[in-house]
Design a protein around this ligand. Structure first.
Ligand SMILES: CC(C)(COP(=O)(O)OP(=O)(O)OC[C@H]1O[C@@H](n2cnc3c(N)ncnc32)[C@H](O)[C@@H]1OP(=O)(O)O)[C@@H](O)C(=O)NCCC(=O)NCCS
Length: 186
């Protein structure tokens, strides 16, 4: 596993959201994210509920976000889980990099289906990228998403990532989009 630095902040807040580490109460939210056919449409399809429950029992719900840069996206008022966000280093042995053998920062996002269409993923990603830009040296950040995943690509474009290449992985065409971290510096 990479030891390159990523976000160290345990919590990041924005107008409507709180990016925080997982609580035991997030269990049902994680299960919904992993088993919802629409949320998982471009992520290999829904997982069987029993498999997700077994995974959470083994790992422990609070450990799902143990790694730096991994967050629950929660409603700022209710603190309920509405999604997850990761800003961490993409391992060099995975396909999809700007430079061979590098481990660029990669942003990934996932919202519960009933939270789509309200600008919440944009708000969460902007808050995380602002925090990272003020904490880390300038560097490229990647978004890698199935080319068919129009919602995800629209979000990447709204965040001012630019699509630079495509490649085949997991039986589907993937688009690699990128920007510089310091475009988010305040
Ligand atoms: C990808 C995903 C996070 C995008 O969610 P989203 O809600 O569409 O994204 P945004 O936060 O950018 O919201 C944009 C929508 O909110 C609307 N919106 C409403 N209020 C808004 C506000 N205050 N600010 C910005 N947009 C707002 C926009 O008009 C836009 O609507 P549209 O979808 O009708 O065009 C979501 O579809 C998802 O979880 N997909 C499954 C997981 C996945 O595939 N992830 C990609 C892996 S990298």
């Amino acid at each position: 596993m990479t030891r390159l630095p990523t976000l160290s902040a345990p919590e990041i807040t924005s107008d409507r959201l709180r990016l925080r580490k997982a609580h035991d109460d997030d269990r049902e939210g994680f299960i919904e994210l992993q088993t919802d056919p629409q949320v998982r449409a471009y992520l290999g399809g829904p997982r069987p509920r029993a498999d997700v429950e077994e995974y959470l029992d083994t790992v422990g719900t609070t450990n799902v976000t143990a790694s730096p840069g991994v967050y629950v996206i929660a409603d700022r008022e209710t603190n309920l889980l509405i999604g997850t966000l990761m800003l961490n280093h993409r391992s060099a042995d995975q396909p999809g990099h700007l430079t061979k053998d590098s481990e660029e920062l990669e942003l990934t996002y996932l919202l519960r289906r009933d939270a789509w269409g309200a600008g919440l993923a944009f708000e969460a990603a902007t808050a995380a990228l602002h925090t990272a830009a003020n904490e880390l040296p300038d560097q490229p950040v990647l978004v890698i998403t199935q080319t068919a995943n129009q919602r995800s690509l629209k979000l990447a474009t709204r965040l001012r990532f630019q699509a630079v290449s495509t490649f085949e992985a997991h039986g589907a065409r993937q688009t690699l989009a990128t920007t510089r971290l310091h475009t988010f510096k305040t």
